[in-house]
Design a protein around this ligand. Structure first.
Ligand code: ATR
Length: 287
């Protein structure tokens, strides 16, 4: 109780990340760097939590005075059952990756989509207004990004997916005001002309399948922005070939990871962390 987020009230903070598997999460090293840079004594624990331990873990988080947690696969949807409140974005996206424990209550947020959009704006496209954006993939990651992108007033959002009905379903859910359309990946050639920003949200090209590519690079309009959520490898085959063969500006997934963490930090502590320090910590741990 009395767990208001006034950093001056506390000497040290307790945080963590829950997931299964969790051994390879880069969040602990990134958050440790953020705390160090901010002069905060923080402990950020890696918590291996199986699905049947989720309820008990959330109870422990309340009782042990955690300031909050990050939530990763496979708990982003199930964790919502054990929270007291959800912010609007988390509600609409239907998934939570950040929990804040304040005033005795657990509140869920989703910082993945907003983190991605902040990274895209900081690193590649400062103003998304009026842009035509195409997303490859219609899963959880795509969903969060569509929600966050629509706050930026793009002209049009096109979702392509291997399984077409999922693209159509996701599009229909968000299609209000700004046009959001869903099609099969096989229709890429029809819809790519006119696209300003192409975003891969699928896992195609991720380590160890680094030679895979979600669509033939010849279809990509020359000189557009191509973005990939994958950060291992830092430059996927999609990005490399778009840059070398199509003259595209490319944007990798590391920034999304860094900014989703930075926005989580802001929810817990009320101020912005040093994102460059966080990025470097992840890069060092990948090396
Ligand atoms: P995430 O939370 O990362 O989005 P997800 O919800 O499991 O994960 O969604 C994975 C997405 O990647 C889906 O759009 C999936 O396409 P399907 O809906 O057709 O399954 C896409 N995906 C995964 N592997 C793929 C592959 N080999 N080729 C094309 N799309 C793939």
């Amino acid at each position: 109780m009395g767990n208001a987020n006034h950093i001056n009230d506390r000497k040290s903070v307790l945080l963590g990340v829950i997931g299964d598997p969790i051994a390879h999460s880069k969040s602990p090293v990134m958050m440790a760097a953020a705390f160090r840079a901010a002069g905060i004594e923080g402990e950020y624990r890696r918590l291996h939590v199986k699905s049947d331990q989720l309820e008990q873990t959330l109870q422990d988080i309340r009782e042990q005075g955690f300031l909050g947690i990050n939530v990763t696969i496979p708990h982003k949807v199930a964790v919502m059952d054990y929270l007291d409140e959800l912010d609007e974005a988390a509600k609409k996206i239907g998934a939570v990756n950040t929990v804040v424990h304040a005033n005795g209550k657990l509140k869920g947020y989703n910082t993945d989509g907003a983190g991605y959009v902040r990274s895209l704006k900081e690193e590649a496209v400062p103003d998304l207004a009026g842009k035509t954006v195409m997303l490859l993939g219609a899963g959880g990651a795509s969903r969060g990004i569509v929600h966050a992108l629509l706050q930026e007033e793009p002209e049009r959002v096109i979702i392509l997916n291997r399984t077409e009905y999922k693209a159509r379903q996701l599009a229909a859910e968000f299609n209000a005001g700004i046009p959001v359309e869903g099609y099969s990946m096989q229709q890429a050639h029809s819809y790519l002309p006119g696209v300003d920003i192409l975003i891969n949200t699928t896992s195609v090209g991720m380590h160890p399948q680094t030679e895979d590519i979600p669509l033939p690079v010849e279809l990509i309009p020359e000189g557009i922005v191509v973005s990939d959520l994958i950060y291992n490898p830092l430059e996927t085959r999609l990005l490399r070939e778009s840059r070398l063969q199509r003259g595209c500006t490319v944007h990798g997934g590391l920034g999304m990871f860094v900014y989703q963490g930075a926005i989580a930090f802001e929810h817990w502590l009320g101020f912005r962390p040093d994102v460059q320090v966080m990025r470097q910590a992840v890069l060092d741990s990948l090396a």
